[in-house]
Design a protein around this ligand. Structure first.
Ligand SMILES: [Zn+2]
Length: 272
């Protein structure tokens, strides 16, 4: 497709329910749009009307996402994408790992990232046509400083999925499924007591949330400096957890053990 000056993308985070994010992604040249995880169809519909765009696609990261039926009633031609391994409501177009979908001039790639649920998928918007970094819509795989709960996967499975995300590159923008930054950063700061990047991000997030602003997007590069779930290879985190690699233990098996322990502590953690 030739590059024209009309080729622009607009990403609109829509805060819904208590702490969820839906994202409206718009090809501004054609007015065609996709939405990621439309949990509150009324809020998403309001954004669609305000922007005056045509909804072509709903991308579901996993089965906990609702709102598909209500939106399809208003947008009959809109397709619903996701994995068949999750019971996605109203699924019309099942996707395989690494399958690509075009919406206007926007190109998305679906990546299978099981762990939170067996059929969890993330969606990567190719930024290259716009001279922009890739955008990762991570659902409940990865949050700012956090990761999803292991409802249907082992720590090994989740670790492999997080590695897929990290493999997208440090400049990738992270657009997560929830606004959990403050809770996750606070928890992380209780694990790693001496991490200036973490401390700085926590201060920044406190300010943002005080002003009722969103904390997304961060970058995958940044995340690796403070997100404990992406730091399972770091000796300082391993030491803080009191874990040591066993003789003959495979490095990835050890990292999975570290991940399991961080997850266990996070599940027990109650924000004050
Ligand atoms: Zn979920």
């Amino acid at each position: 497709m030739p590059l024209t000056r009309d080729m622009r993308v607009k990403i609109l985070p829509i805060p819904v329910l208590s702490n969820n994010y839906s994202y409206l992604v718009i090809d501004t040249g054609s007015g065609q749009a996709a939405v990621v995880d439309p949990s509150d169809p009324l809020a998403v519909q309001a954004a669609i009307e305000e922007e005056g765009v045509m909804l072509e696609a709903i991308f579901c990261t996993h089965k906990h996402c609702g709102g598909n039926a209500a939106l399809r009633q208003q947008h009959g031609s809109c397709k619903v994408y996701g994995s068949t391994l999750d019971a996605i409501p109203e699924l019309t177009n099942p996707l395989e790992d690494k399958e690509k979908v075009k919406v206007g001039c926007l190109s998305f790639e679906a990546l299978a990232t099981p762990g939170h649920t067996v059929g969890h998928m993330v969606y990567v918007l190719d930024g290259e046509p716009f001279g922009a970094p890739p955008c990762l819509f991570s659902g409940d795989l990865l949050f700012l400083a956090g990761c999803g709960r292991l409802f249907e996967g082992s720590p090994e499975t989740m670790l492999a999925s997080l590695d897929v995300a990290v493999g997208l590159g440090e400049d990738t923008l992270l657009w997560p499924g929830h606004e959990y930054a403050l809770e996750c950063l606070t928890f992380a700061s209780l694990l790693e007591l001496d991490n200036p990047a973490l401390e700085q991000k926590l201060q920044w997030a406190m300010q943002q949330r005080q002003e009722k602003r969103s904390t997304c997007p961060s970058t995958l590069g940044e995340e690796q400096t403070y997100n404990p779930f992406l730091r399972t290879h770091r000796p300082e985190l391993q030491a803080a957890l009191g874990l040591r690699r066993g003789g003959g233990e495979h490095p990835d098996a050890f990292r999975a053990r570290v991940l399991k322990e961080v997850r266990r502590r996070k599940d027990l953690y109650k924000p004050t």
